[in-house]
Ligand binder design. Structure first.
Ligand code: NAP
Length: 493
């Protein structure tokens, strides 16, 4: 494996070439293979990354194990200094990081900048929370005995992340793992490695010792198979589709490997008749079309009370039509391209399936004809959607808003829960009793009451049912990287 200490090199086409990070050194793939990264707004190659495989993954795991022997012995205060410095560097470099994120993922620059700032906050929050990995002293029932628990870092962690929030969703793993003394090997989604590599630059510049955080990229099954089979890896933290999550869960059983799973969602967005339909419809459109609906907590089934359904629908259609679509690097753009052609083609199929089953298309429904290049899809609103439309039965991950109606609370709770997913839900009402009953009745790990953007570092994030296992963020997200050791003492005399 050839290595170099350069953090970035320009290749012959002028785009950037970046390497994997193993044991504090930037490395080419042993095979010399590279993978091109495409800008979904222009379909142009914007960079290349070294594309390794099992052997590089094995070396990264070894280096993480070696580094953990000293990293775990540092005090939480010393580890926190590195994490807080990382947050500071991310904020200083936010414009550059956000530009890279927009170019590889497609989301508009202000949203990309928001992702970077949220991720910096996550580093800072876990730097502090790492100091609160408390055990307990437990009262004894037998005279002369004393009991306590202490917390122990779980070991080497393997992190696999998706392309829709390539920075935030890895930072939710890196920050708590490092804060408690674990070390980590990260594998990003193949199509969006560049912004995460720049976060690794920040970690190194903040003084992170070699091997504490490693970055590998290669064929997903091969890299994941090494994570699964290698006994040194004690935990796999995965964010991605429910199907891949289930595969990992089955495979991890062999070594009883610890798992955190952040999987798919199909969030209901429920509007009661006392809510202002105009205000809520505008909020609904912003929430729905953010990142083109390619968000695990994106609202994707809109249940609007029949008394306000008409007004809500009119405003939603008008707002969706007025959204400014274009290259996310241009000022004023509200919606970028979809992430890849496959995602856009899938959206076309979802709309065709819904209309074939009787849905009324109110706006959108097609690839935008205004662009020669890029995966731009018109924000789409439908009503009269049949319950068996794929849009309602499968996670859509698309800029499509199906508006349904309801008249009774029990009926809407049953409809909202009629899915294998249970990640997020949104409820709009001014009635405290309705809000409380909905929070109790809805099967979802995250519930926004009049709040379309609930995620924040200090609150738990994760799903019920097939949306996942465990929670990220908050103290629960720290505990996910800790084992509890119970220690019992028999005193003398
Ligand atoms: P995905 O296809 O499951 O891929 C996610 C990651 O897993 C990528 O790094 C991918 O690598 C890797 N991967 C693919 N096949 C694998 C396999 N057989 N074994 C191990 N790893 C494998 O998901 P995606 O399309 O990137 O992301 C969208 C999904 O993620 C949606 O379902 C969404 O709801 C979910 N998501 C959940 C959350 C949450 O917090 N709950 C947040 C965001 C997204 P390659 O890129 O190299 O194929």
């Amino acid at each position: 494996m050839s290595t170099t200490t350069n953090t970035a090199q320009a290749n012959s086409k002028g785009s950037t070439y970046r390497q994997m990070l193993i044991d504090g050194k930037w490395c080419d793939a042993i095979s010399g293979k590279r993978l091109a990264v495409i800008n979904p707004a222009t379909e142009e190659v914007i960079g290349e990354v070294a594309y390794g495989g099992r052997e590089e993954t094995k070396r990264a795991i070894e280096s993480a194990a070696k580094a953990m022997t000293t990293w775990m012995k540092l005090t939480a205060w010393d580890r926190a200094k590195v994490l807080k410095k990382t947050a500071e560097l991310m904020r200083e470099r936010a414009d550059d990081l956000a530009k890279t994120l927009t170019m590889e993922q497609g989301k508009p620059f202000p949203e990309a900048r928001g992702e970077i700032m949220h991720s910096a906050d996550t580093f800072e929050w876990f730097a502090e929370e790492g100091k609160r990995a408390y055990g307990q002293v437990i009262p004894n029932s037998v005279a002369g005995k004393r009991h306590m628990t202490i917390k122990h870092p779980i070991g080497v962690v393997a992190a696999i992340g998706p392309w829709n929030f390539p920075v935030t969703l890895q930072v939710r793993k890196i920050a708590p793992a490092l804060a408690v003394g674990c070390t980590i090997v990260c594998k990003p989604a193949s199509q969006t490695p560049l912004s995460l590599i720049k976060i690794f630059d920040c970690l190194l510049d903040a003084g992170l010792p070699p091997g504490v955080a490693n970055f590998v990229i290669g064929p997903a099954r091969e890299v994941a198979d090494e994570f699964i089979k290698n006994h040194t890896v004690r935990k796999i933290s995965f964010t991605g589709s429910t199907e891949v999550g289930k595969e990992l869960m089955r495979a991890a059983a062999d070594q009883v490997k610890r798992l955190s799973l952040e999987l798919g969602g199909h969030a209901p967005f429920i509007v009661f008749p006392d809510a202002d339909p105009e205000v809520v419809a505008k909020a609904a459109v912003l929430g729905k079309f953010r990142n083109n609906g390619q968000v695990c907590i994106s609202p994707s089934r809109f249940f609007v009370h029949k008394d306000i359904h008409k007004k809500f629908t009119e405003v939603a259609v008008e707002s969706a039509r007025n959204l400014k679509l274009g290259n996310g690097l241009e000022a004023g753009i509200e919606i970028g391209p979809m992430f890849e052609k496959k995602a856009m083609d899938n959206t076309i199929d979802l709309v065709a399936d819904a209309t074939a089953k009787g849905s009324t298309l109110l706006t959108g429904g097609n690839r935008s004809s205004r662009f020669d290049k890029g995966y731009f899809f018109e924000p789409t609103v439908l009503c009269n959607v049949s319950p068996d439309a794929k849009l309602l039965t499968e996670e859509p991950f698309a800029p499509v808003m199906p508006i349904l109606d309801f008249s009774k609370m029990d009926e809407v709770i049953a409809a909202a829960n009629n899915t294998r997913y249970g990640l997020a839900a949104y409820v709009f009402t001014n009635d405290l009793s309705v809000a409380w009953k909905m929070a109790e009745g809805i099967e979802a790990g995250i519930i926004g009451i009049n709040d379309p953007v609930p995620a924040t570092p200090q609150c738990p994030f994760g799903g019920m049912k097939e949306s996942g296992l465990g929670r990220e963020l908050a103290h629960e997200g720290l505990e996910a990287y800790l084992e509890t050791k119970y220690v019992s003492f028999m005193l003398r005399g």
